[in-house]
Design a protein around this ligand. Structure first.
Ligand SMILES: [Zn+2]
Length: 182
C-alpha cells in the first residue's frame, strides 16, 4: 500500500500552503490511479458495455470458470445451448477481427466498432461467411452453430485487455435463462 506523506499546515505563508495542498492533491491522484489500475475493481471502473445475447433463447450449459493462472485449467467463457444450425447474432456493432479455423473448429472474433474499445468476443464453433475487417450491426446474424468436441453448444469467450473475463459482465440480465445442472 502506498503511503502519503503527512501534510502539515504551517503558518509559513501562502506559498508553503499552496505547495502542501498541491502535494496532497498529487498524492490523492496517485492513490486513485493505483486503485483504478491495480485493483480487481478495475473492470468495474471501466465503462461496461451492454451487449445483446448471441443466441435465442438463452440457456447456459456451462458457466465461466476463471483459471487460477494464465495457463491453468478453467473454462474461459460460457457455453450457450445452440443446436447445430442455430443462428448466432452479433452482440454489438462490431468489426470482424478474426474468422477462420482454430484446431479444426470455426472461430469468429468480433471487436466493438467503438474507438478505443478494449473488448473482444469470440464464438466457437461457428460457420460464418464473414471475413476479417467486415462490419456487422448489433443483432445481425453472423453465422450458425456447429457441433464440436467441446460441446453441442456455442462457446462464447469475452476478453478485456486480452484477459478472459466472465461474459456475464457485459451481457447483463439473462432473459428467462436456464442454468443447467451440469
Ligand atoms: Zn466452453
Amino acid at each position: 500500500m502506498m503511503a502519503c506523506p503527512e501534510v502539515q499546515r504551517r503558518k509559513s505563508g501562502p506559498l508553503a500552503r499552496m505547495w502542501h495542498s498541491g502535494l496532497s492533491a498529487l498524492c490523492l491522484l496517485a492513490l486513485t490511479l493505483y486503485l483504478v489500475v491495480c485493483s480487481p475493481a478495475s473492470i468495474a471502473a471501466a465503462a461496461l458495455p451492454n451487449w445483446q445475447w448471441p443466441v435465442h433463447p438463452v440457456v447456459i450449459a456451462r458457466s465461466f470458470e476463471a483459471p487460477a493462472s494464465a495457463y491453468g485449467p478453467g473454462h474461459r467463457g460460457i457455453d450457450l445451448r445452440a443446436p447445430a444450425g442455430s443462428l448466432i447474432y452479433a452482440p454489438m456493432d462490431a468489426r470482424v477481427s478474426f474468422a477462420g479455423q482454430v484446431a479444426g473448429r470455426g472461430v469468429l472474433t468480433l471487436v466493438p466498432d467503438t474507438p478505443g474499445s478494449e473488448w473482444a468476443a469470440s464464438f466457437d464453433a461457428i460457420e460464418t461467411h464473414l471475413r476479417i475487417g467486415e462490419l456487422v450491426s448489433a443483432g445481425a446474424p453472423v453465422g450458425v452453430a456447429v457441433p464440436s468436441a467441446h460441446c453441442s453448444c456455442l462457446h462464447l469467450g469475452v476478453r478485456w485487455r486480452g484477459e478472459y473475463v466472465s461474459p456475464l459482465l457485459v451481457l447483463g440480465v439473462i432473459p428467462r435463462a436456464v442454468l443447467l445442472p451440469w
